[in-house]
Design a protein around this ligand. Structure first.
Ligand code: S3P
Length: 169
């Protein structure tokens, strides 16, 4: 049994991409994306959930799912960019997991997600400004992760390598 590996950071930080690559190297792990789980349970896209049910409803579901997955082992969990804002989520995730903050500058994040319509919080006039605002607001909590992985200017392989170096499995 091995502790969970949790990937956090802002939208566009590469959590899902990195998680999918990481799981190829960690054969006894399973990759989980909390947004995908929520979407599957609700049979709706994330923007649809925000629109028809509310963000608060989404956050409750996110919290419940994180609580459940935190009881398991051998999971690579990619959490939504807002999940680490919640103290209970942070406690649950850290209880049986090592948390990695995939850190990137606003420019990098924006390059990666511009034009994407699957992020309800960025469906606004100035998505770059919104990313900047969210980063300023949230970074304090992202920095409560166990490890900070700088991703600016790095390719996928070296990001995965940096994570592998920090987990002794
Ligand atoms: C959110 C990030 C999204 C998703 C939802 C809210 C956020 O996940 O959970 O749109 O509050 O930052 P990603 O970070 O995987 O895009």
């Amino acid at each position: 049994m091995s502790v969970n590996i949790v990937l956090t950071g802002l939208m566009g930080g590469g959590k899902t991409t990195v998680g999918k690559m990481l799981v190829k190297q960690l054969k006894d792990y399973i990759f989980i994306d909390t947004d995908d789980v929520i979407s599957g349970l609700e049979e709706m896209s994330i923007p649809e959930i925000f629109k028809t049910k509310s963000e608060a409803y989404f956050r409750e579901l996110e919290k419940k799912i994180i609580e459940e997955f935190s009881q398991e082992d051998n999971l690579i969990i990619s959490i939504g960019g807002g999940a680490f804002e919640n103290e209970i989520n942070r406690e649950n995730l850290k209880q049986n997991g090592k948390v990695f903050y995939l850190k990137a500058s606003v420019d990098t994040l924006y390059e990666r997600i511009k034009g994407d319509t699957n992020r309800p919080l960025l469906q606004c006039e100035n998505p770059r400004g919104k990313l900047e605002e969210l980063l300023i607001k949230r970074e304090e909590n992202y920095l409560k992760s166990d490890y900070v992985i700088e991703t600016d200017g790095k390719d996928l392989e070296s990001i995965v390598e940096s994570i592998m170096e920090r987990i002794q499995i």
